[in-house]
Design a protein around this ligand. Structure first.
Ligand code: ADP
Ligand code: ZN
Ligand code: ZN
Length: 817
């Protein structure tokens, strides 16, 4: 009887593939090991052994495998189980899950590109003959395809050799180039000990009588010290005295002034550095006890704690207890909130035991984290990561924290698997019988609903740590302000007034505008035309810094136009406004203050985001303008004022979650104000000041929002009362997309009527020259999810069999957000 293995290949295939192995291989192999196998005419892939058995495949002849890559399983049983669950629930291939779940370096294939990543000479590396040949070749040519290496070695399969080199850290696969992060150092100056004090100061100024330029610097130093308690930055001092580095240097050389450096991300938490014996206030204490009680009942626990109530500290204590039991902890955060701020906070408690995992990490860094977690060694105890961290090979998970659980970015949008990391985390925790806590100041309607219906436990924390009050929220009616001519650009008199107050007190300001770019669109005042993207159905957006019109969907751009492209009129103007325009207005309104901007355009690169956060923390920036990136759980200590430039464009977004989202966003951004000592202030500018949501935000009325929105969801049949599956059809042919959409909607309606919506064009119906159409399937609570999906699979199979629809792609999104 021959032996077979079922292999999961990193391809979007409906099934596992069966390969032939011999008796010895069958004995050696274990589920979760990697093998390289031939696939198709000439390709070679690395796949994962998912089963070992003696049943030949019915419809095809099993081919033998090429090689076994591992001595031990690198995928655990828990992972295999989770992949299966994800592929069934989110209706995607196991191969899609595999690709998302393991670092690319584990998945050598014939098309992979291999690069050298060491500076060492081949003779200094311990290499066998074949390894040596590869390295020598890579010294001559910067990169090689696996196929080319196979030819070079003149053997059937070079993958095991390459795999060894990957594991030794000598070569890397498909490697992108990553920036190396160096913490930024800022130079400060202070008066030398010998020269401080009134008398010494006068003596010094006398001494400098004949060096007027140096004297000028010293005078300015005193005037800066007199104005502010902030340490004096060398750069600032030079600007103020209109002087040069050389002149400052002579003062330093003479020993009058001293320079010192601070690493900007090191001293983030100076002042009240946390330590391992954390003392809770009474509210945290109570919440902590309640959470543990919930854990006793094996329930998912939802922690609804207002901004700055000290949730993070509670998570830290929970992690401590988990470690004491010798178990692993996973701390999930939305990608963007994974800042050095939080990482350092955790590291200051747990030191080396904290591993960080997110998409901006290089392949090698990810491999390293993966290995530590797999080994469950000292370094693999705590993982803090973005959504894909749920895929790590935990062996003894004791706790999962999902921070900012309401965040839509926990859901992967593209490509498959389109999973929701919060929901998968619940399943994962269940596999391990681990505790799980979902935390937020503004829980998602779904989670809060689960808590209300006793599916989850609920713990509330209603006081800010240190008893700082929640910020005072003021709504500014900009319609009236316009009428009364009290607007300067996009700023009401009230907002300007409050900004001035804050700046005078040396506090910082955050301004929120949910749009990047200068002004979204250019419009002709004669004929109404606005320039469109040729590839997408959207207007182009004006960006002033490079004077361009850009498409935010495909990146298409042209130079800013002076005349209308349709009618040649000169009378064109920009409509709407974005972050860049706010920044420009601020620069002219507050020329003596530093203005920063945080949006997709200014935060590119691995550390782009951190850099802006750091300089804001260092108070190098007085006013920070930004998009929703600003809202993600950041803890700044000197922000006293938050302004929301325009609440209306949030509220008017065409989506059934728009109101919930607006509430969450506004409350979160408001939560950045007044976190430490003084009560903060928030100004919301709106044309619609009596809008229910704005009123609820200003009263911090979560339960009111919850009640209203829930009623709407009930009336219009949306989650949490109905589950959704969205089908998106796309093709380059307009009528094909239409026909396919009609066919699919009709087939679904035959079974699921009246719960099929569409087909309809999404708000942007053409992107990169592909036409889009959406169908929404609603699933009532009493209808079986499993059976529904089986029917959907059948319909999709018939769809795929129709020749005319061959060029139409269908993307299935379960629980779309
Ligand atoms: P949240 O996560 O709920 O928004 P944080 O955990 O960031 O709130 O806490 C807000 C601030 O209060 C932080 O600066 C934090 O260091 C501080 N803080 C919270 N709890 C404690 C505690 N028990 N001891 C000392 N400082 C605390
Ligand atoms: Zn025109
Ligand atoms: Zn475009």
């Amino acid at each position: 009887m021959p032996f077979f293995i079922d292999v999961i290949l990193p391809l979007p295939l409906d099934k596992r593939f069966t390969y032939l192995v011999d008796k010895y291989e069958a004995e050696y192999l274990m589920r979760g090991m990697r093998v390289t196998v031939p696939f198709g005419k000439s390709k070679v892939y690395t796949g994962i052994v998912a089963d070992i058995h003696q049943n030949p495949p019915g419809v095809y002849e099993a081919k033998p495998i090429h090689q076994i890559l591992d001595k031990q399983a690198i995928i655990t049983e828990h992972q295999l189980k989770l992949w299966k669950w994800i592929s069934a629930y989110y209706m995607c291939a196991e191969g899609d899950v595999l690709r998302a779940a393991v670092p690319g370096a584990f998945l050598l294939e014939s098309e992979s590109i291999v690069k050298l990543i060491t500076n060492l000479d081949s003779d200094d590396l311990e290499l066998d003959d074949e390894e040596y040949l590869i390295i020598e070749a890579l010294h001559r040519q910067s990169s090689l395809k696996v196929q080319e290496i196979t030819q070079l070695l003149d053997r059937k399969n070079a993958l095991p050799v390459i795999n060894r080199l990957v594991e030794k850290g000598i070569v890397a696969l498909n490697q992108e180039v990553y920036e190396q992060y160096k913490p930024k150092k800022v130079r400060f100056v202070r008066m030398a000990e010998a020269h401080s004090g009134e008398a010494a100061m006068h003596k010094l100024l006398d001494e400098l009588e004949r060096a007027p330029k140096q004297r000028e610097i010293v005078l300015n130093f005193f005037s800066l010290k007199a104005q502010s308690v902030k340490p004096v930055k060398a750069k600032h001092l030079l600007q103020k005295s209109n002087s040069s580095a050389a002149i400052l240097k002579s003062l330093l050389d003479k020993g009058f002034l001293e320079e010192y450096f601070l690493e900007t991300d090191r001293n983030t938490y100076s002042g009240d550095a946390p330590n391992s014996d954390l003392v809770f206030n009474e509210y945290q204490e109570k919440a902590f006890r309640d959470i543990k009680e919930n854990f006793q009942k094996d329930e998912v626990c939802l922690l609804h704690g207002i901004t700055s109530s000290g949730k993070t500290e509670i998570y830290i204590r929970l992690i401590q207890e988990t470690l004491k039991e010798g178990k692993q902890a996973l701390y999930l955060l939305p990608e963007i909130a994974l800042t050095t701020q939080l990482i350092q906070r955790l590291q200051s408690y747990f030191g080396e035991q904290v591993l960080v995992f997110h998409s901006k990490y290089s392949m090698n860094e990810r491999v390293e984290v993966y290995r530590h977690v797999l080994a469950n060694d000292k370094k693999g105890q705590i993982v803090i990561g973005a959504r894909s961290a749920i895929f790590l090979p935990f062996s003894d998970l004791g706790l999962v924290v999902v921070d900012e659980e309401h965040e839509g970015t926990f859901k992967q949008f593209d490509p498959a698997p389109r999973y929701h990391a919060r929901d998968v985390a619940v399943v994962l925790a269940n596999f391990f019988k681990a505790n799980i806590i979902l935390g937020s100041a503004t829980p998602s309607l779904e989670s809060y609903f689960n808590a209300q219906h006793h599916k989850y436990g609920l713990v509330e924390l209603n006081r800010r740590y240190g008893d700082v009050l929640l910020p005072e929220i003021e709504i500014v009616d900009i319609k009236t302000k316009h009428k009364k001519k009290l607007m300067t650009g996009h700023f009401s008199d009230r907002l300007l007034e409050e900004i001035r107050v804050a700046l005078k007190e040396e506090e910082q300001v955050i301004l929120f505008q949910n749009r990047r770019g200068f002004s979204p669109i250019l419009e002709c005042n004669t004929c109404g035309h606005s320039p469109q993207c040729p590839n997408c159905d959207v207007s182009l957006t004006y960006h002033s810094h490079n004077n361009q019109l850009r498409c935010h969907y495909c990146g298409y751009h042209i130079a800013m136009q002076q005349k209308c492209m349709a009618c040649d009129s000169n009378d064109i103007s920009t409509k709407g406004f974005g972050t860049e325009q706010i920044e420009t207005e601020l620069k002219s309104l507050f020329p003596n203050h530093a203005i920063g901007r945080m949006d997709q355009d200014t935060t590119r690169g691995k550390y782009g985001y951190e850099k802006i956060i750091n300089s804001f923390e260092q108070q190098e920036i007085d006013i920070l303008v930004g998009t929703q990136m600003l809202t993600k759980g950041l803890d700044f200590r000197h922000v006293s004022l938050v302004g929301i430039m325009n609440a209306d464009n949030l509220l008017n977004f065409p989506d059934f979650r728009a109101h919930e989202r607006s509430f969450q966003l506004m409350l979160q951004v408001a939560g950045r104000a007044g976190r430490t000592k003084k009560r903060g202030k928030v100004l919301i500018q709106s044309y619609n000041p009596y809008h229910q949501i704005i009123q609820q935000v200003s009263a911090n009325n979560y339960s009111g929002m919850y009640k209203d929105q829930l009623e709407e969801r009930y009336n219009y049949q949306y989650p949490p009362f109905f589950r959704l599956i969205r089908f998106t059809l796309k093709s380059r042919d307009y009528s094909r997309t239409n026909d396919a959409g009609d066919w699919l909607a009709k087939s679904l309606s035959n079974v699921f009527d009246p719960y099929v919506l569409g087909p309809e064009f999404p708000p942007v119906a053409r992107i990169r020259n592909e036409y889009y159409k959406n169908i929404l399937l609603k699933i009532p609570q009493q209808q079986s999810l499993g059976k529904t999906k089986t029917v959907v699979h059948k319909i999709m199979n018939s769809f795929k069999a129709i020749g005319a629809f061959k060029s139409v792609k269908v993307v299935i999104n379960v629980d779309p957000v």
